[in-house]
Design a protein around this ligand. Structure first.
Ligand code: FEO
Length: 403
């Protein structure tokens, strides 16, 4: 392995020393269709400082990269912006290799690390927002960012370099030979940034909004997140997208999600989307068994209105729809309006089960479910088309409301 080829310079004295995970496709159930990276950064000043580590299986690559930059010199500090194992998983080995290094993190991070590692003898320096660390020509500043992504998270900022080490924020599960935003297809990477926000951070929009306001105090020339590419040419664009997402900015767009058994719910879904399209509003229809949860959450993010439908199975909804609603409930996609629709044979079924499941999701259920028995007749399908018209109007109104 050519070790030096995997070290990338951000500046003369700051290097990316992380790991490109080309083949990962499952990241705690997040479908990482374009792989990922675990970004670790090495700052070479009078003191030698590592910012974050990599997932445990890749520690030898990290150590090789550190060695390629430092040679005989040793790390003085290891900053742990976050204790989740994809970033702190290598820390036990790092401590064995660099026992003199001081571990800089929040108190919550120290406690989390104590659950994953034998930290009893480790040399911690606990920091909080506004604390600074002088390392020579540079002074590093810390900003606690609780729930972006875990309670322990923080940012590290170098004013001299105008670099924000932003942990999970602004990251993407995206791997490429290029390490910077101007070396890759920007459309692809923005889509992955959106997917990452939708699936990892959407639940914490309020906390991220507060952090964005605090980080606005910094003069930022480059954002170095813990996954994916580093932002240097499009810093303003990714900040703007994050502001849209935390402000729940939506498009006039209706998303129809359904699962069916004997085609009844499917033809209801097709009638609904026909109504939306006849009104000239953007629409998308997804059969949930043909799409993964990661992609569905991403589609939800900027849709203003949803229609969610399922056939009845064993007095409840279809299992694939159950998984979707459980996932969405966890992400709390606030402010979306939802029309429920279903088909059933007798008694209560999917409509009631979906209503119950959506109650705590922070989405707003529209009126009564559209419910048919056995097979929808022409009148019922016409009713679905008219419901599509209403959903289209609501989607347009949602955009007017946020103007
Ligand atoms: Fe990429 Fe919350 O860790």
């Amino acid at each position: 392995m050519n070790v030096k080829s995997s070290v990338v310079a951000l500046t003369e004295n700051i290097h990316w020393v992380g790991y490109r995970d080309w083949t990962v496709r499952d990241f705690h159930s997040y479908h990482t269709s374009r792989g990922s990276t675990y970004n670790s950064y090495l700052i070479s000043d009078q003191k030698k400082v590592l910012v974050d580590t990599v997932k445990a299986p890749y520690v030898s690559h990290l150590l090789s990269n550190i060695n390629a930059v430092l040679g005989e010199e040793k790390l003085d500090y290891i900053i742990l912006n976050h204790g989740e194992p994809d970033h702190a998983g290598s820390i036990s080995e790092l401590v064995r290799q660099f026992p003199q290094a001081v571990l800089v993190c929040t108190d919550r991070c120290r406690k989390i690390l104590g659950r994953y590692h034998d930290t009893g003898e480790w040399n911690f320096s606990i920091v909080k927002s506004g604390d600074r660390l002088e390392i020579g020509e540079r002074v590093l500043e810390f900003l606690e960012t609780p729930m972006v992504h875990w309670p322990d998270s923080m940012f590290t900022y170098s004013a001299r370099d105008r670099i924000l080490f932003s942990m999970d924020a602004f990251g993407q599960h995206f791997v490429s030979s290029g390490r910077f935003d101007d070396e890759v297809d920007l459309t692809e990477v923005m889509q992955e940034a959106k997917k990452y926000y939708a699936n990892i951070l959407m639940l914490y929009g309020k906390q991220i909004k507060r952090v964005l306001n605090q980080a606005a105090e910094y003069d930022i020339g480059l954002i170095a997140p813990s996954h994916g590419i580093i932002w240097r040419r499009h810093v303003d664009r990714i900040l703007e997208r994050y502001r849209d997402w935390v402000d729940l900015k939506v498009k006039a767009r209706v998303l129809v999600l359904y699962d069916s058994m004997w085609e009844s719910t499917r033809i209801m879904a097709q009638s609904l989307i026909r109504g939306v399209m006849e009104k000239g509003v953007e629409a998308k229809l997804i059969w949930v068994r043909s799409s993964g949860l990661t992609e569905i959450a991403t589609e939800v993010l900027d849709s203003s209105v949803l229609a969610i439908g399922s056939a009845t199975l064993n007095k409840g909804m279809m299992p694939a729809m159950g998984a979707v609603l459980t996932y969405l409930k966890g992400l709390e996609p606030a402010g979306k309006k939802v029309q429920i629709f279903s088909s059933t044979g007798w008694g209560k079924g999917a409509a009631e089960a979906m209503t119950e499941q959506l109650r705590d999701s922070k989405m707003e259920i529209i009126g009564e479910p559209l419910k048919v028995f056995w097979r929808p007749d022409d009148k019922e399908l016409e009713k679905c088309v008219r419901a599509g018209y209403q959903l289209a109007d609501m989607a347009r109104q949602a955009v007017r409301d946020q103007a």
